[in-house]
Ligand binder design. Structure first.
Ligand code: A2P
Length: 295
């Protein structure tokens, strides 16, 4: 396990990044600044999160050289299409206050308008060729979305960011990614998502899982740290979200212990096959059509 991963185009990416999904704009700059001061060098945001400007502000406030920081963001569905996605890049860089992005990915496979997905991806290929972005990729793609995209485009995505925590680890998508040389990146890597109906009465929180708790106690670590270590030992990237400085630090303090093969297997076995987030194959036109502001 290394703290840095090499993408399929040779670009190096810190394995662990700060996630800012649902980080309120007013708390985001402080969270990003705190994370960078603790040692994070990778931040994952998205046009749809409405906090790219604050991510940029946190980066500037940290005083850390831009060149040392890996900035990842996502194009929202309403900006899919060739010219629209080129323009989405302009919007994102303007809000972040940077000239160049390290990784730009398509946020959703949007199966109801896959022709626009393909056009958007071709725009990412153009941005990559022109040097505006150092790597390109996708998010929430399942195997058939990858197959459809790869059959119509040239550059294999560097990254596929998917819901991935011990209760939903998507071995099928991980396998598809691996077959194509795509790095799997985990969103909700500690299963902290709490915003979808999930399992109702059956709902469980992986942070309270007894098997993970036992492993954590054995290493004198927390369940979140064990899950992040599990992600990293599998060679995945992970982007835990927190706006709490203590938890931001906790989530980065995962480089001084190692899970055994048996412990990793015990966590692997927790997969329920039930997703908590939205099904990427179900179109949500009203949601997809939400416009991303210019400023
Ligand atoms: P907070 O921002 O208040 O820390 P995920 O990235 O897996 O979706 O998890 C994010 C959720 O988990 C957020 O609600 C976040 O809240 C919480 N969280 C982040 N880090 C930890 C941690 N180390 N222990 C417990 N909860 C955490």
């Amino acid at each position: 396990m290394t703290a840095e991963l090499v993408l399929n185009n040779g670009v190096r990416m810190p394995a662990l990044g700060l996630g800012v999904f649902q980080s309120p704009p007013e708390e985001t700059a402080a969270a990003v600044e705190a994370a960078l001061k603790i040692g994070y060098r990778h931040v994952d945001t998205a046009a749809a999160y409405g906090n790219e400007r604050e991510v940029g502000e946190g980066i500037r406030r940290s005083g850390i050289d831009r060149g040392e920081i890996f900035i990842e963001t996502k194009v929202w569905v309403s900006d899919y299409g060739y010219d629209e996605t080129l323009h989405a890049f302009e919007k994102a860089t303007r809000k972040l206050g940077v000239d160049r992005l390290d990784l730009l990915i398509l946020h959703q496979p949007a199966p109801d308008r896959f022709d626009r997905v393909v056009a958007a991806y071709r725009a990412l290929e153009k941005l990559l060729a022109d040097g505006g972005v150092r790597a390109i990729g996708v998010s929430n793609f399942m195997r058939h979305h990858l197959d459809d995209l790869l059959s119509q485009t040239q550059v294999v995505p560097a990254v596929n960011q998917i819901e991935l925590h011990p209760y939903f680890s998507q071995p099928d998508v991980q396998k598809a990614d691996a077959e194509h040389g795509i790095l799997t990146q985990a969103w909700s890597p500690i299963g902290g998502i709490t915003f979808y109906p999930g399992w109702g009465e059956e709902r469980r929180n992986v942070l309270e899982d007894p098997a993970i708790g036992t492993i954590a106690t054995g290493h004198d670590k927390t369940p979140a740290q064990v899950m992040l270590r599990w992600q990293l030992q599998h060679g995945r990237s992970a982007i835990p979200k927190s706006t709490n400085p203590g938890r931001i630090a906790e989530n980065f303090d995962v480089f001084d212990f190692e899970l055994t093969t048996e412990e990793v297997a015990r966590i692997d076995a927790l997969d329920t096959g039930v997703r908590n987030g939205p099904d990427p194959d179900v179109p949500r036109p009203a949601f997809f059509d939400r416009a991303i502001p210019e400023e």
